[in-house]
Design a binder for this molecule. Structure first.
Ligand code: DLL
Length: 433
């Protein structure tokens, strides 16, 4: 192992985290007027951080802090030290812009190289990068990590399916990196073109959006790869690469020498009991240009206790189950798209792709239509039975009535970026819930 530290006993990790926390809080207080105002308002100062448990005294940071301070929110270094910016589009309001010093860019590449190492790559691997380059962090992250790791980068970006297929065959790519949606799109394309025997892909690294077991299983089967690795990250945390699941696929190891991960109850903002699902809150420990202190990601997951069979000394969190702001209310029930996805994954004969449409009132009640693709080999003959089975399961597990509409396999839109699952027509705008 060249990038992942192997010797990291718990006392040493805690020491690194405490040093990093003290440094970050002092740095933010001294150099960022926005943080200083937040700390003053909360009545805390950096000398109040004496042990890791003191983190709970610090105020949360949220996306509104990033939007309020547009265009250079939470900046804590002079402009002369900023060598790059990235931004994420955000669903509402101004985009979130994050600044990077050269050291930030270097640290990010190093953390990303750890991810490639954890996925078992060697320098002989050829990595086809199919995520967007530009203001989005994805392309820059996968690319710099690959160069730092020393494998061969094939930097296509989303491009088109034709080009991806051609390069997969001609360049002999062994690793494919993309969003989960793009991986599905390409898996179906490779299958359709019968390219299975001509490509050398062994691994897929995907992330950027929540995806189901069914989707992963389908990608794996169609691409004929040994492993699919789930990579997590967000623009606010440098970008992709804050962690990845190992070959045991039992949780995402995160780089705890650079980040403190807490899980809180999004309603009470209090820490949840160990191992319970809640919202992930992140504090960076070495980030210079835009440090993050108790940043609410709104991503839902849980921390996984105990060591992993792979033996690396880094803790794990579960896959991302959804976002606290993805929740929609239908007939007075709070529902996450992942709950519907989970039900669908368990009904044989359905495909992995679905959409949830919330319709305006009929007879005084809202209506939910779930559009689901049939499984690949299923025809319309069994639609009625299948729809009934799905509606029954949704009623049993999610406690709401729904109308299920089966559609042809491959007919729901495929995207190269992140898929949209919820369409709320109740206000007449079709916007995502
Ligand atoms: O999506 C960074 C990224 C690019 C990660 C490529 C992995 C691969 P943002 O556009 O800022 O950054 O979006 C971050 O995407 O808060 C999650 O809601 C979601 N997300 C990212 N990775 C995963 C994942 C990139 N592995 C937001 N599983 C995050 C589920 C993910 N959701």
């Amino acid at each position: 192992m060249r990038f992942i530290p192997q010797e990291l006993p718990p006392e040493k990790l805690q020491h690194l985290q405490l040093e990093g926390l003290k440094w970050t809080v002092a740095h933010a207080c001294d150099n960022s007027p926005a943080y200083r105002r937040k700390f003053d308002a909360a009545g805390v100062a950096h000398k109040d951080i004496r042990c890791l448990a003191d983190i709970v005294h610090l105020p949360f940071t949220d996306k509104e802090d990033l939007q309020a301070e547009y265009p250079f929110p939470l900046r804590a270094v002079p402009f002369e030290e900023i060598t790059r910016i990235h931004a994420s589009s955000g669903t509402t309001g101004k985009r979130k812009v994050l600044c990077y010093t050269q050291r930030d860019v270097d640290v990010w590449a190093e953390l990303f190289a750890r991810c490639y190492e954890l996925a078992g790559l060697t320098r002989a691997d050829r990595v086809q990068i199919a995520v967007g380059y530009g203001l989005w962090t994805a392309g820059a992250g996968f690319q710099a990590g690959c160069e730092r790791f020393g494998a061969m980068a094939i930097p296509l970006g989303p491009a088109n399916a034709e080009m991806h297929c051609e390069m997969l065959v001609d360049m002999g790519a062994t690793v494919f990196c993309s969003t989960a949606s793009m991986a599905l799109l390409m898996a179906e394309e490779i299958h359709k073109r019968n390219l299975g025997g001509r490509i050398r892909l062994q691994k897929i690294i995907l992330g950027a959006e929540r995806h189901s077991d069914a989707m992963r299983a389908r990608i794996k089967a169609l691409m004929g790869v040994e492993h699919i690795f789930d990579i997590y990250g967000l623009t606010e945390l440098y970008g992709p690469g804050s962690g990845l699941d190992c070959r045991c696929h039992s949780g995402i190891h995160y780089w705890a020498d650079h980040f403190i991960f807490e899980i809180i109850d999004p309603a009470t903002l209090q820490p949840v009991p160990a191992g319970t699902q809640g919202e992930l809150v992140v504090t960076t420990l070495r980030k210079e240009a835009s440090p993050l202190i108790r940043y609410r990601t709104h991503d839902l997951t849980r921390l996984i206790e105990g060591p992993c069979a792979c033996g690396i000394p880094f803790p794990r969190h579960d896959r991302i189950m959804g976002r606290s702001d993805d929740m929609f209310i239908y007939r007075a029930v709070n529902i996450y798209p992942s709950q519907i996805d989970h039900v669908l994954s368990q009904v044989a004969g359905t495909g992995s792709e679905f959409q949830i449409h919330l319709m305006g009132r009929e007879n005084g009640r809202d209506r939910m239509v779930i559009k689901v693709e049939r499984g690949q080999d299923a025809g319309p003959a069994d639609d009625r039975q299948l729809a009934e089975r799905i509606a029954t399961e949704v009623r049993r597990k999610v406690l709401v009535r729904s109308d299920v509409e089966l559609v042809a396999h491959g007919s729901l839109p495929r995207t190269q970026r992140k898929s949209r699952r919820v369409f709320d027509h109740r206000n007449g705008d079709g916007g995502s819930a």
